[in-house]
Design a protein around this ligand. Sequence first.
Ligand code: PMP
Length: 423
Amino acid sequence: AAVQPQAVRTRTAELRDHARTLTPGGVHSNVRLAGPSVFFERGEGAWLYDVDGNGYVDYLLGQGPNFLGHASTRVNDAVARESRRGTIFGGQHVLENEAGELFLDTVGWAERVRFGLTGTEADQVALRLARAATGRTKFVRFEGTYHGWLDNVLVTAVDGKTAPASKGQLAHHLDDTYFLPFNDVDAVAATLSAHDDVAAVIVEPVMCNSAAIMPRDGYLQQLRRLCDRHGIVLIFDEVITGFRLALGGAAERFGVTPDLAVYGKAMAGGWPVSALAGSAALMDMFGGEVNHSGTFNSSVPACAAVIAALTTLREDPPYTRVEDHGMKLMAGIRELALRYDVPMRIQGLPMAFHVSFGDPSPIHDHSGLARLDLTRYAAFAQNLVSHGVWVAPRGIWYVSSAHGDRELAAALERFEAALATGA
Ligand code: PMP
């Protein structure tokens, strides 16, 4: 392979040093501390370009939002055009209805929606609503999922036990949670039988934040049945899966309807919008008894972005294309791993899959991550970045509707060049 590492990053180095004098660690989100520090000039389709002129095939998509590729003309033009009338009024505006109707029609099962800015806050308001509706306090979640960075949800594992992931976090906020292994129906059944204080079960239908672990056949259906039996609110955290696995997200793909679902990332073509959706009976509690607020909720640019992104997805559904690209990419990586005799393992769905080193047998819960060599992959991810493939050190790969044959060829050529330097 003739691809050389794109070694020149002089301007990035200058900007990184400057950034460290302005913002802690030189980054504005701690997630970015883990990655290589690259300053980007612009994104276009499936490509990113850094300030030193290097190009990258992007399989991180800004951590997921750029499902339509970077700088979608249709989305960005709509945002610019609509925002000329102003952005936020402290009252209602017409685009809210249009965005709400389109959103609900696209999701399919939900009757009401509230727009917000981030997945983190939408998760919080989902949990609050579940508590309000049931009069109970606790919730069940699963080891290895991510539901935002706030005190009651941010966790890490210390000696195999769930613990706060940050200094300054109030550890007792985690006391309201039963942490269970994913894909273990009996564990959920036992917990719900033993405790009558559970308001909600919250789940990432595919554990994209944990090696893209798939739900076993029937698992989500059984969660649905258990929640029904115990009068518990089933919350799907579709921040990653929403509009990505299918127009109707994981709910559509797996044929299971939650009571509430949280969306973000792919729903607005790269703009900061999240949503909580659900039945009228639950959601209408926000009409008075339950608080959900936000100065910037449902701004004109947010609604314009949602309308443009969802219209694009509905007019020309990219799912077959994205799936095809992802399948070819996964197969190509597997083939290269074989050829270079490295123990690479890949699992998940073609639109969001996980790459690491280690035992290639599928893993079904978070404890299986112990069989993976995540450190080795993180180092290899750095190598991939220096060869012009923008990926996250934690191993998640996202495919967008802008990825085509040219990107596939470039990505695999660069992947091979990186492998040839050692992994
Ligand atoms: N839930 C899930 C499943 C996520 O993946 C994320 C973000 N990666 C969040 C919630 C939080 O979303 P945000 O970063 O927009 O607050």
